[in-house]
Design a protein around this ligand. Structure first.
Ligand code: NAD
Length: 457
């Protein structure tokens, strides 16, 4: 079936109002949960094939995240879907006021390749729970995972309700040319802008989950061994191909040597002297990205790693010392296992560097000094962050996840996903047993009365 045909069928299906039934939504989520549990082996194998991910990493960062989200949604969709009663305005007396959660209708979810299972199904769960139909378009660079996604979705949901459409940017553009009621996009800021423009043609609301150059500050008070371990984990997970991975380090001059040595030690502890032989260290997604990453190392001072193997798309966890701010490695989001380490002396140095870039998706700061932590939270705008760790803001579904500025528009995870995929319809229900005449013309002589009344309310 063509994208247009699927779109038409889903439109007709939404009009049947089957998805307005909460049990229908919950049943679809339960089926999805059952099928995912039964397909865990296939998911692991596919992620190994596409990205060289270990089963441990695939479980923790992909399957578990989705099963946890499904579990919470199966339990909470009924309560999320209930209208919220709010205090009525006295000006509307007598009345009640409620916010109804209405499904948008036909939604489109476009996913990237780096966490191809989790970032595809995460938004789909929110969309289903909120009563929408969904077309999911996974990334063309993860064929094995995309195949498993097709199998899981087609086994769990009616195609008129949820469908997966495979294809590249051309297919994606065909899809975005259609009129959707909501588009949820995860990917690069560059493509995000294309999606935003296409959506604007139809006045379609969007969530854009994008990326950025995430700073990671090491204050002189930081617990250095813990910081090194937590950064090595957050940065080299998925070989650095994580939108919220620390992009570069800003380390206080006085602790830079200690930090760098601790970081090298952690990398070796995690992946051995030769990470290419480690089952736990993933690969770069494809040759073009690999070439770009290796190109970033040209003319830089590599103080750890740097080994690479094109045939195997392997790039060692690599530390770059004091790159110029005008270098290629400091130009854009790195999105790979290369970590530049810059030093600072004053908070002004930190501000000058962070403020060079658009608002990032994540911000990290390692410090034992509470006032410095507060300064880092207040001073800079970024999607979200962590004090004394990296990327773990993602794990708590009670924290909405999303960017600001170039990092994206909107947020999701947990209850926020339901809200994202629902139109909040504000309704006042007035009663008729009383009809206060002061609001009606003629207004002559009523101004002072209304002033007094408004003071009183
Ligand atoms: P991408 O923007 O290249 O592709 C994402 C999706 O968009 C794919 O499905 C692709 O087929 C489609 N696409 C590509 N070109 C298109 C076009 N011209 N028109 C319409 N659709 C098009 O991103 P990617 O390389 O898959 O992922 C890496 C980027 O995603 C990084 O910038 C990263 O920071 C970001 N990212 C963000 C998050 C987040 O949650 N904020 C998560 C993961 C990745």
């Amino acid at each position: 079936m063509s994208p247009e045909q699927i779109h038409e069928k889903q439109k007709a299906f939404f009009e049947t109002r089957a998805t307005f039934n909460i049990d229908y939504r919950i049943n679809a989520l339960k089926k999805l949960q059952k099928t995912i549990k039964a397909s865990e082996r296939d998911i692991f194998d596919a992620l190994k094939k596409d990205l060289g991910k270990s089963n441990y990493e695939s479980f923790l960062t992909e399957v578990y995240v989705i099963l946890n989200e499904l579990d919470k949604y199966i339990k909470n969709t009924k309560s999320y879907a209930k209208p919220n009663r709010v205090r009525p305005s006295i000006l509307n007396f007598p009345s009640t006021a409620k916010i109804y959660k209405e499904p948008y209708g036909n939604t489109l979810v476009i996913a990237p390749w780096n966490y191809p299972f989790q970032l595809a199904l995460g938004p789909v769960i929110g969309a289903i729970a909120a009563g929408n139909t969904v077309v999911l378009k996974p990334s063309e660079f993860v064929p094995a995972t995309s195949k498993v996604l097709v199998e899981i979705v087609s086994e769990s949901c009616e195609a008129d309700h949820v469908s997966v459409i495979l294809g590249d940017a051309n297919v994606s553009q065909k899809l975005t040319a259609l009129k959707w009621d909501y588009i949820f996009f995860t990917g690069s800021p560059k493509v995000g802008k294309i999606i935003y423009k296409a959506a604007a043609e139809h006045m379609t609301p969007v969530t854009l989950e994008l990326g950025g150059k995430n700073p990671c500050v090491i204050h002189e008070s930081a617990n250095i061994p813990v910081a090194a371990r937590r950064i090595a984990w957050g940065k080299f997970l998925n070989a650095g191909q994580t939108c919220i991975a620390p992009d570069y380090i800003l380390c206080h001059k006085s602790v830079k040597v200690e930090f760098t040595e601790a970081l090298k030690k952690s990398i070796i502890e995690f992946y051995g002297e030769n990470p290419q032989r480690s089952d736990d260290y993933p690969r770069i997604i494809r040759e073009e990205h690999f070439e770009n990453l290796v190109g970033l190392l040209k003319d830089e001072t590599v103080i750890h790693g740097g080994n690479h193997d094109k045939d195997n798309l392997y790039l060692e966890p690599t530390l770059v010392d004091e790159p110029s701010l005008n270098s290629k490695v400091m130009a854009d989001e790195i999105f790979g296992p290369i970590l530049p380490i810059l030093s600072y002396e004053t908070t002004e140095d930190i501000s000058n560097i962070i403020k060079r870039y658009p608002k990032p998706l994540g911000g990290y700061c390692f410090t034992e000094d509470k006032s410095f932590a507060s300064w880092f939270i207040d001073r800079f705008s970024y999607g979200g962050g962590v004090i004394n760790d990296s990327i773990v803001q993602f794990i708590n579904e009670r924290l909405p996840f999303g960017g600001v500025g170039d990092g994206g528009i909107g947020a999701y995870h947990g209850k926020k996903s339901f809200e994202t995929f629902s139109h909040h319809k504000s309704m006042v229900h007035r009663r008729t047993w009383l009809d206060i005449k002061i609001k009606y013309p003629p207004y002559n002589g009523k101004l002072s009365k209304i002033r007094k009344m408004l003071k009183w309310v």
